[in-house]
Design a protein around this ligand. Structure first.
Ligand SMILES: [Zn+2]
Length: 260
């Protein structure tokens, strides 16, 4: 490990937490067609504009004990978790690609888009095209400039990532089960474009596994009924980050296991 990278961890964490706070705002306001700059953030209950202390990522929520300072209404810890995820991921990325720092040009925008989409999907069950289409354009440009694998890996990743989810959706409709949202299909295509065909196949598998395990656990514990739809975007987000950061060792490990 390069000693200089460690020095950057704390500032990267704080920058990531600040971005995480901004991604919360983007994920909540963009689907409503609102500006991400105006008006300033306010309490959803008493509409008091938040002060500097309330706006400190993570610590603002902890200092106020998870309540609005002005009216005492509880504030969901989900936003604080978004800030924490931003901080942890921004600090971790340079450690995950120590020998390929140029990959950070892809990794930081990817984490940013995934955090915004996770907030939107959790809040509205929606993965807005206003985020996904510009992201497709951005990552096409970034991959044209920086592609460790031949370009066809990413093009095929886009086609297969979207194609598999379309097929699953068609089969589900045919069996009379709820189909996958178009947002999920577009997101998987986007992920394929970013991480390539081999890793997007792993992502399809991991997100389905994660979604099933967590879905069944929530139904089993009575927190969710069988008929309640759950947003799939967050599972794709986690599956894609695991595939992107650990996919190659995971695939080799699996291949070793089955060829023993
Ligand atoms: Zn309030």
């Amino acid at each position: 490990m390069d000693g200089q990278l460690w020095v950057l961890l704390v500032p990267l964490f704080f920058i990531g937490a600040l971005f995480g706070s901004f991604f919360n705002v983007v994920g909540i306001r963009v689907p409503r067609g609102q500006s991400v700059v105006h008006p300033r953030s306010s309490c959803g209950s008493c509409h008091q504009t938040l002060g500097p202390v309330d706006l400190i990522p993570i610590f603002g929520w902890l200092l106020r004990k998870g309540k609005c300072h002005y009216c005492g209404t509880p504030i969901s810890g989900v936003y604080m978790l978004g800030e924490l995820a931003g901080g942890v991921l921004f600090a971790a990325l340079p450690l995950l690609f120590p020998d390929h720092l140029e990959e950070l040009w892809i990794a930081y925008p990817l984490v940013s888009v995934l955090l915004i989409l996770t907030v939107s999907d959790l809040k509205y069950m929606l993965l807005p095209n206003k985020i996904i289409y510009p992201a497709m354009l951005l990552f096409t440009l970034l991959r044209l400039l920086n592609h460790p694998l031949p370009l066809w890996h990413y093009a095929l990743g886009f086609v297969l990532g979207g194609g598999i989810l379309i097929s699953v959706s068609l089969i589900a409709t045919w069996m009379g089960k709820p189909a996958m949202g178009f947002g999920d299909i577009r997101l998987m295509a986007l992920i394929g474009l970013v991480i390539g065909v081999k890793l997007v196949l792993l992502c399809v598998f991991l997100s389905a596994l994660l979604g099933s395990v967590i879905g069944l656990a929530l139904i089993g514990s009575g927190k969710l009924s069988r008929s309640t739809p759950i947003p799939y975007g967050p599972f794709i987000a986690v599956g894609s980050l695991v595939s992107y950061c650990y996919g190659d060792p995971l695939v080799s490990w699996y291949l070793d296991l089955i060829t023993l």
